[in-house]
Design a protein around this ligand. Structure first.
Ligand code: ATP
Length: 754
């Protein structure tokens, strides 16, 4: 690759469209072009133009204060230019620039309104693209491709870190450095994203934990509920269907008793009619007997009424027992706790032997109290339930009245019997009929008793059924209907099941109710957490792959720069000795540790007054720490130079000429090891004496084997090495003009061309 053309327009003193063509490489070496001319004619502006088109951003290096300073500012006889444009044309037939063009034109344009653009073969591109392309072709933009006037010893006065950048250019690792820089930016961005995502994760983690606890409580509640439901279905199912069967049986027995009574009553009626008939035929001869019989029947009716009342009272007593049992409710938990507390505190304070009698009394009282408590905790037995004393008294009175009536009836029977013996023959039939009647009545009475007992049972079972329905509906809600409609087992599962049901209900009460929205929120937050977690993993993956890229680039950079550095060091010593005729010099790598020792660590004012929060600062520190891990240990380059016969090594003790020679030796070493395709040197030989100028010119010739030189000089020895010479003059209107002289032509006596 070599430069074929430089075109300028509106750039500094080159107001007019001006073009510099360069010669094609010769077989043995590349061409040397020198630019000569009086002071202030605009020679350095040409070097500036090349530096500028290659993407230079430093206004200082371009010798301006504002970017528009590079546009022709006008003169007495000529107006200012509206824009500046510089184009460099390269022959890229060897493909040094990895781009599918054999000729590459790089153009930079700047307008007075500040708009600027870069073009690559007339297509707009970014500065970055140009820089990468140039770095790939080994054109060092910031370093030795364009060495400006008075800048040759710049490398000596710059800091070790600035020198490092220069050497990165020189060792050809710039292209990897650019890629590395991009990878580091990506690494930083990824670390920032990671820190943000991790911060979000830490923010939602406590909420997720609390929601998870609630969700698992709900899950536990579900388990307990399921257990309770199964048990309730078994327990109430068995209760219900046993009761249904019992009721059915009692109903059957009741209706059998009813129909038996019905038949017996019909028979009794027939017997009564027959007895009445006999009585009527017996005439009313014995009114005494009739009166007795009348009395007897009246007493019998009374007794029946008494029996009915008795039955009603008994039924009432039974029902009050059933109600008392079903209305029993367990003592509330809080009351139980209070009682237990009262029991335990009862004996507190009675600890001496003297208090023995009181202790015994207290123990009695406690026993009594605990018995009382346990009675209140157990469901009462029907036998233990005391009926209402009023009802018992009524029943007792009724029974006494009945006994009295039965006595009266017996007495009447005896009186009637005595009539019978008297009128034996006449009334045998009648008496016999009455006896049968009585027997029938006793039979009916027994049947009625049985029926009444069954009726009481029936009422008891029905009451129990109503209570069971209420209890089931209260606790089982809709499920109760299923249990009552679908026939299940009647196998009773015992009181333990009921105790377990109570325990599970209490457990549910302790767990308490849970808002179903919590579950929805839990699901949402969990999903978000998992999403962020995946992001963290992805970002870690991205970090690893970027770190791998950086590591690979570092290895490449380190390998290449180490190799080139040691070669440059060797060549530096060779050129140094050649230019100085002896002496010694060396390039030394400066490590981070060495710099850190010199620098005081502390809070910088920017950091101290930065308007960032604690968390944000912590995050920045962490990211910085992470990025520091990837910093190269070598951060600078030191130069040691000792001219022949001298002892000092410090660069600032060198004379102006010595500094120029040392710099030239170093730049030459770099060019020898890593030749740039072209190099612009602006009066680098200004400080050299005549013999050193000749040595320098020889070195240039040697280096031109690999690099194309454009040299601005006032030195004859340097000019003599040129294949093509450009003369720059300045006309009265402050505009630079060019004339070219082919040195071959000069040798043949031809004149210069404008
Ligand atoms: P020397 O041999 O003394 O180094 P030189 O030939 O290198 O001189 P330059 O430094 O290239 O000279 O040119 C400097 C001249 O260019 C100055 O006279 C300066 O006024 C002029 N100049 C710089 N910028 C502009 C501009 N934007 N418009 C017009 N003239 C400019």
């Amino acid at each position: 690759m070599h430069l074929t053309k430089l075109e300028l327009q509106g750039f500094k003193t080159f107001a007019k469209k001006t073009q510099l063509s360069f010669l094609a490489p010769r077989e043995d070496r590349k061409p040397i072009t020198t630019v000569v001319g009086p002071n202030g004619s605009g020679k350095s502006n040409l070097a500036d133009a090349i530096r500028w088109v290659l993407g230079e951003q430093s206004l200082k290096l371009l010798r301006g204060k504002k970017s528009e300073d590079i546009i022709f500012s006008g003169s007495e006889g000529r107006g200012r230019a509206g824009f500046a444009e510089v184009s460099l044309t390269f022959n890229n037939e060897d493909g040094a620039m990895p781009i599918d063009y054999s000729q590459v034109v790089i153009t930079r344009r700047l307008f007075r309104d500040g708009n600027s653009e870069y073009l690559l073969n007339d297509s707009k591109v970014r500065l970055n693209d140009i820089q990468l392309l140039l770095a790939q072709a080994n054109v060092g933009q910031r370093s030795y491709s364009v060495i400006g006037q008075g800048m040759i010893d710049h490398i000596l006065v710059s800091t070790p870190e600035e020198r490092k950048a220069f050497f990165d250019d020189a060792t050809g690792v710039k292209q990897f450095q650019i890629k590395r820089h991009e990878a580091m930016l990506k690494l930083k961005r990824t670390h920032e994203n990671l820190a943000d995502v991790e911060m979000l994760l830490t923010e939602i983690e406590p909420r997720l934990r609390s929601l998870k606890r609630q969700a698992s409580r709900l899950e536990k509640r579900g388990e307990v509920e399921a257990q309770l439901h199964t048990l309730e279905e078994q327990y109430y199912g068995a209760q219900w269907w046993t009761l249904v069967d019992q009721l059915e049986e009692v109903r059957q027995r009741f209706s059998t008793a009813e129909s038996e009574i019905h038949t017996e009553r019909a028979e009794l009626k027939a017997l009564e009619q027959e007895a009445e008939k006999i009585e009527r035929t017996d005439t009313q001869e014995d009114t005494g007997l009739q009166t007795l019989q009348q009395q007897y029947r009246t007493l019998q009716r009374e007794r029946n009424t008494l029996r009915d009342e008795q039955f009603k009272t008994e039924k009432e007593i039974e029902l009050t027992k059933v109600r008392a049992q079903s209305n029993w409710a367990p003592l509330p938990l809080i009351k139980i706790l209070d009682e237990v507390k009262a029991l335990t505190t009862g004996l507190k304070g009675l600890r001496t032997i003297q208090a023995l009698p009181e202790i015994l009394k207290a123990i009695d009282a406690l026993l009594h109290r605990s018995q009382d408590l346990s009675k209140r905790l157990e469901r009462p037995n029907p036998q233990d339930i005391k009926p209402d004393p009023k009802l018992t008294k009524t029943l007792k009175d009724l029974k006494e009245k009945e006994t009295h009536l039965v006595d009266q009836l017996k007495q009447l029977e005896q009186e009637i019997d005595s009539y019978a013996t008297k009128e034996k023959t006449v009334r045998t039939e009648l008496i016999e009929s009455q006896r049968t009647l009585r027997e029938k009545q006793t039979q009916i009475h027994l049947l009625e008793n049985r029926r009444n007992t069954l009726q009481i049972d029936l009422a008891r079972y029905e009451e129990r059924q109503q209570n069971l329905i209420r209890e089931m509906d209260e606790f089982m809600k809709d499920r109760a209907v299923n249990v009552r409609t679908e026939r299940g087992t009647t196998e009773t599962i015992g009181q333990e099941a009921y105790a377990e049901i109570q325990r599970l209900r209490y457990k549910l009460e302790l767990i308490g109710g849970i808002d179903p929205e919590i579950i929805q929120e839990y699901e949402e937050i969990r999903e978000r957490y998992e999403f962020l977690d995946v992001q963290v993993k992805d970002l870690h993956g991205a970090l690893r792959s970027t770190e791998k890229v950086i590591k690979e680039l570092d290895e490449q950079i380190s390998k290449q720069s180490k190799k080139a550095f040691s070669k440059i060091n060797k060549e530096f010593q060779r050129y140094f000795k050649l230019l100085f005729g002896g002496g010694s010099c060396a390039l030394v790598n400066v490590t981070r540790e060495e710099i850190d020792e010199d620098e005081q660590e502390g809070v910088t004012p920017e950091r101290a007054f930065a308007d960032t929060g604690e968390a944000e600062r912590e995050k920045e520190d962490r990211i910085e720490e992470e990025l520091e891990k990837h910093q190269s240990p070598i951060i600078g380059v030191d130069i040691q130079a000792t001219p022949p016969g001298k002892r000092m090594k410090a660069l600032n003790l060198l004379s102006g000429g010595e500094r120029a020679l040392t710099s030239i030796a170093l730049v030459s070493a770099i060019m020898a090891v890593n030749p740039a395709p072209f190099v612009v040197l602006d009066e680098v030989d200004a400080a050299l004496d005549e013999s050193n100028t000749t040595r320098f010119a020889n070195i240039l010739e040697e280096l031109s084997a690999n690099s194309q030189f454009i040299i601005i000089t006032h030195n004859r020895a340097t000019m003599e090495k040129a294949d093509l010479l450009y003369g720059v003059t300045m006309s009265d209107d402050g505009v630079s003009n060019l004339l070219s002289v082919h040195l071959e032509d000069v040798a043949q006596g031809n004149t210069a061309r404008r």
